[in-house]
Write a new protein. Sequence first.
Length: 251
Amino acid sequence: MKMSKMTNDFIDKQTVNVPDSHRFYPLAQALADYRGADILPFTDNNELLTGLVREQAIKRYDKLVKSSPLPQACVLVVITDEPTPKLLLTRRSNHLSSHAGEVSLVGGKRDETDISSADVALREACEEVGLHRADVEILGYLPMQISKSGLLVRPVVASIPPDVVGSLTPNDDEIARLFWLPFDVLYGTPVDFVFDRQITHSTAKLHTPAWVYDCDDDGTPEVVWGLTGRMLSSLMEIGFGVGHEWYYRVR
C-alpha cells in the first residue's frame, strides 16, 4: 500500500450526530464519550509473546501510540435496529491469505480512493455482502486493534433496518457464509476455547475466550474469537459497560 498517498486528507473518525430518539442513541453517546486509548495493546494477557519478543512488541506499541497513526484497515460492526438486535458476522473463505476460515466482521484494507474510515468499511461491506450505504447509519467508532499481521484496524459501529437482512448475500470470492448473531449472546461470558497452536518446534494448547454460536441452518457452530472477539469485547465494555477478560494462554 502506498501510505504516503492514502494519508492525504483521509478522515479517521468523523463527527456523528445520532438523534436522541434513535434506539442506539445511548450506544452512540458512549462511543463519543470514550476517552481511553485509541489503539488497544496486543501484549496484555498474551502468553504468545515472551521474553525479548514481548519487550520489542511493547516498545513498538509505545512508539506507535505516540505517532498517532491512521488505520490501515476498517471493519463495519453492523447491528440491526430492532427490539432484539442481531450482529452481522461472516466466515471468511478458506483460500484467503489472512484469517482464512475465521469468523470476521465485514471490512478490509484501505485503498487510495477511500476518504474516511467509514468509507473503507462501507465499501468493503458492499463488496462482501451487498450492503448499500443508503441503508447504513453510522453510530460511532471503537479504538483501533492490532491484527496478527500488524495492521491497525478501525471498527466502525453502525445500525441497519431489520428488513435489509434478507437482501444481503455473501461474495463467494471472499465469504464462505454470513450469519446473524443474536446481540444478547455478547452479554454472556465467553467460553475458554482451546485449540492446537504451533509454537517454535512443538505444538501447544492455546486457551482464549470465544463466543460459540450454534447456527440454525446447518448445525455447525461458529466460533467468535481472535481479532473479531477482541473488537466485540471492546464494543461491549465501552458501549454497554459489560467487561470480558481477554487473553491468550499457552498450556
